[in-house]
Design a protein around this ligand. Structure first.
Ligand SMILES: Nc1ncnc2c1ncn2[C@@H]1O[C@H](COP(=O)(O)OP(=O)(O)O)[C@@H](O)[C@H]1O
Ligand SMILES: [Mg+2]
Length: 239
C-alpha cells in the first residue's frame, strides 16, 4: 500500500503539493489526472523516493520511506516498475542491450540468464521480433513497449507506475498500450497511470484522482467522476 500523509512538496518557489493525503493498495488501478504542471510526475517521483517531501510522511508497504537513504530505498524501488514520461531508450544500444542494461546494473545474473530474461520480457510486451533492432528503427508504439519491458526488468513489481505512457503515440498505438497496461495488471498487480488524457484513464483505471493547485480536487470511481460537481474536474473531463 502507498500512503501519502499530508505531503507537501516544492521546487524552489513553486509549491507543487499542499498537504496532499491519499492511500492506494498495490492491486488498485488508479489514474492520476490533471493539467500540465499540476504535479502528476512529482507524485510518482515521491513514491519511489527520487525526491523527498518538505513536510508530511510517505509510507510504502507499511514502511516510512520519508527519511530513507538512497541505499535503503533500493528495496522500495524494486517494488515498482516505473515507466518514465519520455520512456527514453539508449540510442546507441539495440533493443536487447537496452533491456539487458537494467539486469546487468541491478542483478548478478549470468549472461545466459540475462538472454533468457530479455526474451521473456520482450514476449510479455509483444516485441520479441524486434530484439536486434536499434531504437531509431522502432515505431512509436514498439519503442514504448520496449521501454515498458525495460522498466519491468530487474524488479518483481507489486505495482506499475506509468508516466504519460501514450504521449506522442497515434490513437491505435495508444489504444494498444492501454491494452498492454490492462494485460500486465491481470494477475492482480495494480498500477498508477499518470496522464492528461482522460480517454486513456477511462480505458484503464477504476479509481480516478484529479490534481489541481497542489490538492486532490477529486478521488473516486468512474461513476462518481461522471457525476462530479467540481467545475475544474468537469471542464477537464469534458475536453
Ligand atoms: N526539476 C524541477 N525543477 C523546478 N521545477 C520543476 C521541476 N520539475 C517540475 N517542476 C515544476 O513543478 C510543477 C509540477 O511538475 P510535474 O510534477 O512535472 O507536473 P505534471 O507531471 O503534472 O505536468 C511544474 O510547474 C513544473 O514546472
Ligand atoms: Mg508529468
Amino acid at each position: 500500500m502507498i500512503v501519502f500523509d499530508r505531503v507537501s512538496f516544492s521546487y524552489k518557489q513553486r509549491q507543487v503539493l499542499k498537504e496532499t493525503s491519499f492511500s492506494a493498495d498495490f492491486n488498485e488501478r488508479v489514474a492520476i489526472l490533471g493539467g500540465s504542471g499540476e504535479g502528476k510526475t512529482t507524485v510518482l517521483r515521491l513514491i519511489v523516493g527520487l525526491i523527498k517531501p518538505d513536510a508530511g510522511r510517505i509510507f510504502i508497504d507499511g514502511e516510512d520511506i520519508t527519511d530513507k537513504t538512497e541505499d535503503e530505498l533500493r528495496s522500495t524501488r524494486m517494488k515498482f516498475s516505473l515507466l518514465f514520461q519520455e520512456g527514453a531508450l539508449f540510442d546507441s544500444l539495440n533493443v536487447k542491450e537496452n533491456v539487458a542494461f537494467c539486469l546487468r546494473e541491478y542483478t548478478k545474473m549470468s549472461e545466459e540468464n540475462i538472454d533468457r530474461k530479455v526474451m521473456e520480457l520482450l514476449k510479455i510486451v509483444g516485441v520479441e521480433h524486434a530484439i536486434h533492432l536499434m531504437p531509431e528503427e522502432l515505431s512509436g508504439g514498439m519503442h514504448r513497449r520496449v521501454s515498458i519491458a525495460r522498466s519491468l526488468a530487474a524488479c518483481e513489481p507489486r505495482m506499475f507506475l506509468y508516466d504519460e505512457p501514450t504521449s506522442g503515440l497515434d490513437p491505435i498505438n495508444s489504444d494498444n498500450i492501454c491494452k498492454l497496461i490492462l494485460d500486465l495488471a491481470k494477475n492482480n498487480t495494480g498500477f498508477i497511470i499518470v496522464t492528461h488524457k482522460v480517454s486513456d484513464a477511462l480505458k484503464t483505471a477504476q479509481r480516478f484522482m484529479f490534481l489541481k493547485n497542489g490538492m486532490l480536487a477529486f478521488d473516486g470511481s468512474k461513476k462518481e467522476l461522471m457525476q462530479v460537481d467540481n467545475a475544474d474536474v468537469k471542464e477537464f473531463i469534458n475536453v
